[in-house]
Each structure stands twice: as C-alpha cells, then as structure tokens.
Design a protein around this ligand. Structure first.
Ligand SMILES: Cc1cc2nc3c(=O)[nH]c(=O)nc-3n(C[C@H](O)[C@H](O)[C@H](O)COP(=O)(O)OP(=O)(O)OC[C@H]3O[C@@H](n4cnc5c(N)ncnc54)[C@H](O)[C@@H]3O)c2cc1C
Length: 399
C-alpha cells in the first residue's frame, strides 16, 4: 500500500479521538492537533446510553469502558418542588434485554484516558498537544493548517472536531456564536461520604422545576457523587464572583424540595458556564474539510447524548473514508447524509425535553404530569428505541 498523507483531526475530545481510532483500524494515518497544553478532559461525570457501546464494541474498548463505569439502577425524573417521582426508567435486566447494552455513568477523564491510551498504542496516530489551530487552507489536492505558535501541518484532509465554538464551523456554515439557552450550569464532584442529604445514590436522578433542574449520579464505584445544577438567569452571559454566584443559586433554588436543595450547598463556585447549543444545519463539509461532533451538531444536554453523537460520528466517518478509499467528497457527503437526521433529532428533542423539564406551575405542567403518569416501562423503552438501539452505519463493512 502506498504511504498515505495523514488526515488532520483538529480537536482531541471524545469525537476527535474516536475518529483517529476508527481510521487507524482501517490503516489510515492521522495527526490529532489539540489546542490545550495537554490531551485530557474536564473532570466531570458523563452519561452514556447503550447506543455508544455499538462503537466501543467495534473499537474493542467495551470491556475497558465497562470496567471503569457505574451502572445506575434507573433514570428517574422528580418534580423538584414536591419531590414526587414522575418518570422511572429501570436500567437493569429488562433494559439490557431490550437494548443489548447497559446505561452507564463514568468520570469523563477515565473514559478519555481509555481512548488516549488506545491512540498512544497505535503507530498510525500522532498526538500533538499545544497546537491551537488558527487558520487552514484547502489546496484541492491536500490541506494545511497553521497553529497559534506559527507551526504548519499538512495532510490529506481535515476533520474539524473542535467543539461547540468551532473555528471551522464559522468558516463552513458561518452561523455565528452558539445559541445561548438563557441558562447556566454548575458542575461538581464530591466524595460520596460528603453527601448527607436523603437522595438516591445509585441512580441517575433529575429534579425538574420551574426554570431549573438538578442532576446527580454516582461515579467510580459509588465513591464519588456528580452534581449538576442548571437554572435560568438574566446574568447567564456575565461573569461574577463566588459570593454573587452563591447568592443567585440560593435564590434560584429556594423553593426546591429540601433533599435536593441541600445539594446546592455542595457546589463548587469556580465552574459556571452559560449553556448553549447549535441550530441544526446542513453543509458540514466543503472540499477536504468536514465538521464532526459538537462543531456540526451540539445539543443541549437534556438527552445526555452530545458526546455519544460525537463518538458515533467518529466511527461512521472513519468507515466511510475507508469504504470510499479516500474519496473525501464522496465520504463527507455520505457522512452528512448518514448522520444529519439522527443528530438533528437529538438537538431538537433535547430542546423539547429541556422545556418539558422546566415548566412553570400552570396548566401545561399539569398536562405534562397527567400524561407521563400513564407511561409504563414498555412505552418508555419504545420512545427511546430510535436513540438507544444505535446508529445505522450505511455502506460500512464489518471488520
Ligand atoms: C453540563 C454538560 C453535561 C453534559 N453531559 C453529557 C452527557 O452526560 N453525555 C453526553 O454524551 N454528552 C454530554 N454533554 C455534551 C458533551 O460534553 C459534548 O457533546 C462532547 O464533549 C462533544 O465532543 P467533541 O469531541 O465534539 O467536542 P469537545 O469535547 O468540545 O472537544 C473539542 C476539543 O477541541 C479542542 N479545540 C477547540 N478548538 C481548537 C482549535 N482551534 N485547535 C485545536 N484544538 C481545538 C478543545 O480543546 C477540545 O479538546 C454535556 C455537556 C455539558 C455542557
């Protein structure tokens, strides 16, 4: 086989690393350019539905991921004001029988390290950190990128896995900044021993209330507890000091059920982010450049599937580049066709669910609660099947 130019992957997040592994198993060399000083991840929890295991299986990583995961007993939605459970999705034996794979929660660093170690063991993957890409050129028969510190890298094509505020999306789609939701998020991990309040520790729990929610679940064999608090605020795009953040949180959650409200006191005031997503859009590719993961289709986190979609993308794109023998125009066109509807549905349903969680007291909320009271396990599984059954990967031959 003639030596191939590497494919440049911009961004060493979960999407970029999965793409590198997917290409490498078909013999394609890649160079992953990460802007941060080191490859790594922000240290918080992440949920994965069973759909992601279709990808981990193909990459031979399911066992390793399973070994560092926690397996929650259920996904549960509570009314944040009354504490009443509204939805209960068991994720034990019946869930596995239906969806073949489990629902897991993991420390993002742990899963990132599994992918990174697999990349480091693969000669065809070169990892370059401290390489913030600031510009790129498509010469028709190849590509180059420049980094902030003046280096130039060339390759056969560019996979832009550069996240929510993608430089490449700005050039290819040009639809401006991410869409602010008007909400902010706080995320914290604490030792389980510090959780004194009476909340379930072995499930993924979501407490939804007017303009706010709290999510919590266990990590690392139940020794740690991940808490995310999200609420609507006029100050979502502003920065403040910890005292101002604390006062705003206490006010936002004042009417919340005491068991959940007690978790607010455990939050770290140093990590606060405005919550944003992207409008579903076509035209993810131009010439030898293609968007992947959040740069193409960032959702709100209500379905907990943004990283799952980036990982599915990575496998799909790698397979299509290989199946077309490096005909990038054809591979990128097929990639967008294969992934657009599924990822746009995640974006749109995530917005609908976001609103559904956050209803103010009133008729709409009463209708929601009355409707979901009739949903049994079989109905909930049917509603989730389009997502949890996994992606269809057209034109992909099995290894
Ligand atoms: C509060 C919260 C909770 C979430 N929970 C879940 C969950 O439970 N499950 C789930 O599936 N998803 C979840 N998500 C979504 C998930 O985090 C993202 O969808 C996922 O990280 C996208 O992966 P990515 O590889 O596309 O981009 P990213 O993870 O954003 O990675 C992009 C990488 O590119 C690098 N980069 C950016 N620009 C450049 C550049 N110019 N040059 C070089 N490198 C660059 C960045 O440093 C980064 O490493 C959550 C998101 C939030 C905010």
């Amino acid at each position: 086989m003639a030596e191939r130019d590497p494919i440049l992957i911009v961004g060493g997040g979960l999407g970029g690393l999965t793409t590198a592994l997917s290409l490498a198993r078909r013999g394609w060399p890649t160079r992953v350019l990460e802007g941060a000083p080191q490859f790594g991840a922000i240290g918080y929890g992440i949920q994965f539905g069973p759909n992601v295991f279709h990808v981990f299986d193909r990459l031979g990583l399911s066992e390793q991921v399973g070994a560092i995961a926690d397996f929650p007993a259920a996904l549960s939605m509570m009314d944040a004001l009354s504490g009443k459970e509204l939805i209960h999705i068991p994720t034990g034996a019946s869930f596995r029988a239906r969806f073949k794979y489990p629902y897991i929660v993991v420390h993002r660093i742990d899963v990132h390290n599994i992918l990174l170690d697999a990349c480091r063991r693969t000669a065809a993957i070169e990892l370059v950190s401290d390489a913030l890409v600031t510009s790129f050129h498509d010469q028709g028969d190849g590509v180059t990128v420049e980094t902030k510190d003046g280096r130039t890298f060339s390759g056969a094509a560019i996979v832009a896995a550069d996240g929510l505020s993608s430089l490449f999306r700005a050039k290819l789609i040009g639809d401006g900044d991410p869409r602010p939701s008007g909400y902010v998020a706080f995320r914290t991990i604490v030792p389980m021993a510090e959780v004194k309040t009476d909340v379930s520790r072995d499930i993924v729990a979501l407490w939804g209330g007017p303009g706010l929610h709290i999510v919590h679940y266990p990590l690392r064999g139940g020794t740690e507890f991940n808490i995310v608090a999200v609420f609507r605020t006029a100050t979502h795009s502003e920065r403040g000091d910890p005292a101002a953040y604390r006062a705003e949180l206490e006010s936002a959650y004042r009417d919340v059920h005491p068991a959940a409200r007690a978790l607010i006191g455990l939050l770290d005031m140093r990590w606060r982010r405005a919550v944003s997503d992207r409008e579903p859009a076509r035209h993810w590719h131009k010439g030898r450049v293609v968007l992947l993961g959040d740069s193409a289709h960032a959702p709100l986190q209500s379905l907990a599937q943004g990283a799952g979609m980036a990982i599915e993308d990575g496998l799909c794109l790698g397979e299509l580049i290989s199946a077309t023998d490096g005909d990038f125009t054809s591979a990128f066109r097929q990639f967008e066709a294969a992934r657009l509807i599924r990822t746009a549905r995640v974006q749109l349903e995530s917005r609908a669910i976001w609103d559904f969680y956050h209803l103010d007291a009133g008729v709409a909320r009463d209708v929601r609660n009355a409707t979901i009271a009739d949903w049994d396990e079989a109905h909930l599984f049917d509603c989730l099947a389009w997502l949890y059954d996994g992606a269809v990967l057209p034109g992909v031959k099995a290894l």
